[in-house]
Structure formats: C-alpha cells, structure tokens
Design a protein around this ligand. Structure first.
Ligand code: HMG
Ligand code: MG
Length: 287
C-alpha cells in the first residue's frame, strides 16, 4: 500500500501575512475556497494577532466568516494569547496554534516575550482550549538558525518541544523560519527532538530561502516525519525574520513526495490553480 504524507497548507496565513499590499478580503476568501477543493485536511487561514504587528491579518474573522467550509477540512488560526484564542473561537476556527521559538532573539522580535514568558502565556490558552475541546498545534521557530542569535542548539529545540508536548498540543511543527537549515542541521535537530516527542506527532515547516527545503523534507521523511507545512506558489515569509523567503511551494512538495513513492491525497490541477492565484496576488503587489 502506498504511504500517505500530509501537506498542511499554509498559503492563506504564512503565505499572505508578509505581503505589503493589503490584500482584499475577497481575494483571500477566493484563495481559501480554491484550496478547499484540493484535498487538504488542514488549511491555515487566519491569525488573531495584533493588527499593529501584522496588519495583513487584521481581517481574519472576515475571512473565516466568508469562506465556504468544505466537509472534512479543518480551518486553522494562529493565537498568540488568550485574546487571540477568544477571537478564533468566535470566528469558528476549527483548530488553533500557539507559536513559540527555540531562540530568544526571535521570540522577542516576533511576540515581544522571552521564551519563558511566551510559554507562560500559552498556559491559559491551553486551559481554555482543553475546556472547549479545541485542538491546539504548537510551532517552534528557528529550529536550526535564528536571524538574531545565529545557530540554534538542537537541545534547545528539544527543551521547548518537550514543554509544549507536556502542555497538550496535538502536534509540533518545527519551523526553519529563515530557510537556512541543511540536511545535516535538520537531521541533528530531529535527532534531539525525537528523544522527547514521537515522529508521528511532528511536522516539518521549512522555508525555502536557500533552496534546500525539499532536501530537508527528505531527511525528515527518513526520520519518520509524515506531515509537512507548505504554501501554494511558495508564498510568504515572516515579518519579524529579515530575509526569510516563502514556505516551500506546496506543488513542489507534492511532486517530490509522489516521485519518492508517497501519496498526498491532493489534486494536482487544483494545486496549480491555487498556485496561479497566489502568484497573481504577488504580481499585483509588485506593480
Ligand atoms: P505586545 O505589544 O507585547 O502586547 O504584543 P500587548 O499586550 O501590549 O498588546 C499590544 C497591542 O496589541 C494592544 O493594542 C493590544 O490590545 C493588541 P493597543 O492597546 O496598543 O491599541 N493586541 C491584540 N490585538 C488583536 N489580537 C490580539 C492581540 N493581543 C494584543 N490577539 C503580541 C504581543 C503577541 C500580541 C504581538 O507581539 C503580536 O501580535 N505578535 C504576532 C507576530 C506574528 O504574527 N508573527 C508572524 C506569525 S509567526 C510565524 O510566521 C512563524 C511560523 O510560520 C513558524 C516559522 O516559520 O518558524 C508560525
Ligand atoms: Mg513560517
């Protein structure tokens, strides 16, 4: 039997959050609706963060209200604090994500908190989510390299992963935020994290700045990881990670996985259509 590898689509959130042009809500909704027909089980579409920090995501509630929800698809939102969690619940997100960092410099730049403070902030979100039966995913950024602090020690990623895991997140997504990871550094990082969290509960979230994301996915597959985050058209970046390029492109990950003998459950033609829409959004930014 062909083994399934899941791609968690990030385009509408990680892809669009860094775009300078304020993308009209209707365009975001059209992209999500197109993605909803492509076969994904999970699509990240919203982010309930401060609109002063990330203005592009200010219409997240309107996006969640405007999309046509496909059966079997979970629509996810980032929630940095309890206020964000309450916003996501009111907008009927199907799951939320807390996001921390394995490096102090990025933690401060991205969420204005030390790693320890951020983990404390996540406590009330986890408690509220558990009460409501809301699944929570956990991100760890800068798992190999940080734009402020340089190389991240694998042990530090494992330390944060163990804390998030013990808090009750259902999966941990390991972010190569600035796309500087190499097959060697990703493998070393996974070696440390796998001592504390099983491979089936991990995801790879690799930005493609240096063009190594597909190689890093292959190394992660060899370590047993079976979920990868990607964005159609390779959209995106993080506003607090200077120089970060987009997530690895969904269609490229799909093609590599199929070439390696896995199945993704995705419709290649629908991916192409969504990638075209995503690229068009970027072209319009540049004119
Ligand atoms: P802060 O300034 O320390 O907190 O921000 P604050 O509590 O003082 O609030 C500042 C202002 O934001 C206040 O407004 C709050 O009301 C408001 P003011 O009184 O000044 O008018 N505020 C909010 N508004 C809406 N929704 C909220 C909310 N919370 C406070 N939930 C905070 C702390 C965490 C809020 C801020 O730093 C923030 O929003 N950061 C988000 C940064 C972000 O979204 N980064 C991109 C996503 S992470 C990423 O891309 C990485 C990832 O892809 C993985 C990877 O690639 O590595 C996931
Ligand atoms: Mg990211």
């Amino acid at each position: 039997m062909v083994e399934r590898v899941e791609i968690f689509e990030m385009g509408p959130r990680d892809g669009l959050q860094n775009e300078k042009r304020q993308i009209p809500t209707v365009e975001k909704i059209a992209l999500v609706d197109c993605l909803s027909g492509a076969g994904f089980r999970r699509i990240e579409v919203a982010s309930f963060v401060s609109p002063k920090w990330v203005p592009q995501m200010a219409d997240s509630a309107d996006v969640l209200a405007g999309i046509v929800r496909a059966p079997g698809v979970r629509y996810a939102a980032l929630t940095p604090n309890l206020r964000g969690f309450e916003g996501a619940v009111a907008a009927k997100a199907d799951e939320v994500a807390i996001f921390g960092s394995a490096s102090e410099g990025f933690s401060r730049a991205n969420i204005n908190a030390s790693i320890a403070e951020s983990l404390e902030r996540f406590g009330p979100i986890m408690a509220a989510a558990q009460e409501q039966g809301m699944p929570v995913r956990g991100y760890i950024s800068c798992v190999t390299d940080c734009p402020y602090d340089g190389k991240t020690p694998p042990g530090e990623v494992a330390r944060v992963a163990e804390i998030l895991w013990n808090m009750g997140v259902y999966e941990i997504s390991l972010g190569d935020t600035i796309g500087q990871g190499t097959p060697e550094s990703i493998d070393a990082m996974l070696g440390a994290v796998l001592d504390v969290v099983p491979a089936g509960k991990l995801a790879g979230h690799y930005h493609d700045t240096a063009g190594r994301a597909l190689e890093n996915i292959e190394v992660s597959l060899a370590r047993g990881v079976r979920v990868f985050d990607a964005a159609v058209g390779g959209l995106g970046g993080c506003p607090y990670a200077p120089g970060a390029a987009g997530n690895v492109a969904t269609e490229a990950v799909h093609d590599r996985l199929v070439a390696l003998g896995y199945e993704t459950g995705l419709d290649r033609a629908a991916l192409e259509e969504a990638a075209g829409m995503a690229k068009q959004m970027r072209v319009e930014r540049d004119v």
